[in-house]
Design a binder for this molecule. Structure first.
Ligand code: FMN
Length: 387
């Protein structure tokens, strides 16, 4: 049976076996920026569970950009080597390893969510040591609780675009095949885009053109450092409830595409506490999908939909109806890391469990046949429903 969700997708030289993506999710488990066995286990599950693309969580390009002291780092070469074990494992399971590169700007220096997400004292050290000064486009705090960021100087801004580029080059050396720039959720790039967080009077503030400048410079610098054949994603808050509207996202998408961004990942909110964020409790199924649909329709650029995508037929329908090219799944994947395997069964596209690791697939197929005795064995390694 044909399923659009399980139709492979070629982006530049990289082929995704299906349209199912593990959405980047911070797990707050690093010590001094390093990956460890937790990250290997956590990301490995989704590769073995059948995702086409597995994004490592928001990983920081600059120590000051850590949301919490337990964020992952790629601001120095020394962080590359232990990541290789993870990317190799993901590839060994026929999935594509991706990484999200990020800087939290004025929303940095917080405690973990389950510790209250509160601002940490100003004398808290950076992961790896040193002073942790909050920086942002303007000296405007995120809210009354957060510290006031120091306004970034003109020459520091160029340096930060280079920090993304250098981190992308390290990601290549670590074996990643896709990079996503985090331009959403009220973090540094989004702060520059926002008329609320950005009150600069130089060429990085004021008009839409000026506020988009940093995002485009980051994307252009990253594209230059990132191999031509590898996909570049960019996550935006398509609307943020604080002055950034879908029309602005459409324009930004055109500009990002012109500098080599391949896929726009469409989230929302996060720049102010009074706006919805992607994990707000009172939101419905696929609530952000219309943004992915509109951006794709108006620009012709590939989009990824995310947010309360729960069911296999829901996800399949999003791809089939052309609302998005890819679906990113977050919390439902935490609940069921075998979501793609489960979806393949529910959509009836792979009764033979051919994509499940042999150690499980052989037995699961046998069990399925014992329940439906007439069914011929389709268990065969390497079968792809659409190949
Ligand atoms: C625990 C957790 C951590 C997250 N960390 C990130 C992150 O590192 N980068 C990011 O862009 N979004 C992050 N998000 C947002 C998710 O990627 C996703 O957009 C959101 O959860 C909505 O999708 P869902 O309804 O499928 O969970 C996080 C969400 C959760 C629940």
């Amino acid at each position: 049976m044909i399923s659009d969700l399980f139709c492979p997708l070629q982006i530049r030289d990289v082929r995704l076996k299906n349209r199912i993506v593990l959405s980047p999710m911070l797990t707050y488990a690093a010590t001094d920026g390093w990956v460890n066995d937790w990250h290997f286990m956590h990301l490995g599950k989704y590769a073995a569970g059948g995702c086409g693309l597995v994004f490592m969580e928001s990983t920081k390009v600059d120590p000051r950009g850590c949301t919490t002291p337990a964020d992952l780092a790629l601001w120095d070469d020394r962080y590359i080597e232990p990541m290789i074990r993870i990317t190799e494992f993901i590839k060994a399971h026929n999935a594509v390893p991706g990484i999200q590169l990020s800087h939290s700007g004025r929303k940095a220096r917080q405690s973990r969510p389950w510790e209250g997400r509160g601002p940490l004292p100003a004398d808290t050290s950076l992961p790896g040591g040193g002073d942790w000064d909050l920086v942002g486009p303007s000296p405007i705090p995120h809210d009354a609780q957060h510290g006031t960021p120091r306004e970034l100087k003109r020459d520091e801004i160029a340096g930060l675009a280079q920090a993304w580029a250098q981190a992308a080059d390290r990601a290549r050396r670590a074996g990643f095949e896709a990079v996503e720039i985090h331009g959403a959720h009220g973090y540094l790039i989004h702060e520059f885009l926002s008329p609320v967080a950005n009150q600069r009077t130089d060429e990085y503030g004021g008009s839409l053109e000026n506020r988009m400048r940093f995002a485009i410079e980051v994307a252009a610098a990253t594209r230059k450092a990132w191999p031509e054949g590898k996909p570049l994603f960019f996550r935006i808050s398509a609307v943020d409830g604080a002055g950034w509207e879908i029309e602005h996202s459409v324009e930004l998408t055109r500009r990002l595409s012109a500098v080599g961004v391949d896929v726009i990942d469409c989230s929302t909110g996060g720049v102010a506490n009074y706006t919805h964020v992607a994990t707000s409790p009172d939101i419905g199924y696929g609530y952000q999908v219309p943004h992915a649909e509109r951006i794709r329709a108006e620009t012709g650029v590939m989009t990824m939909a995310v947010g309360h995508i729960i069911h296999a037929d829901q996800a399949d329908g999003i791809v089939r109806s052309g609302q998005a090219d890819l679906v990113a799944i977050g919390r439902e994947m935490l609940h069921n890391p075998n979501w793609p395997i489960d979806a393949a069964q529910k959509l009836g596209i792979e009764p033979g469990f051919a994509h499940v690791p042999d150690a499980y697939g052989y037995w699961l197929e046998k069990r399925a046949r014992s329940r439906f005795p007439g069914r011929p064995s389709t268990w065969q390694r390497g079968i792809d429903a659409r190949d």
